[in-house]
Design a protein around this ligand. Structure first.
Ligand SMILES: [Zn+2]
Length: 51
């Protein structure tokens, strides 16, 4: 029985574009191992852009 289903999202470093997959919810976004800056959430599912 599964509970607390986690949602995978991609995060990207704004400086070096390094990406990682994390699983929401998380208390804090991870920091880039290269730059030590906080990474940003990048949309994984990019469907439905019909504009
Ligand atoms: Zn970086």
């Amino acid at each position: 029985m599964e509970r607390g289903q986690k949602e995978p999202v991609q995060v990207v470093c704004p400086r070096c574009r390094h990406t990682e997959i994390i699983y929401l919810p998380v208390p804090d976004l991870p920091r880039c191992p290269e730059c030590d800056v906080q990474m940003l959430i990048e949309e994984l599912l990019d469907e439905g852009k019909s504009y």
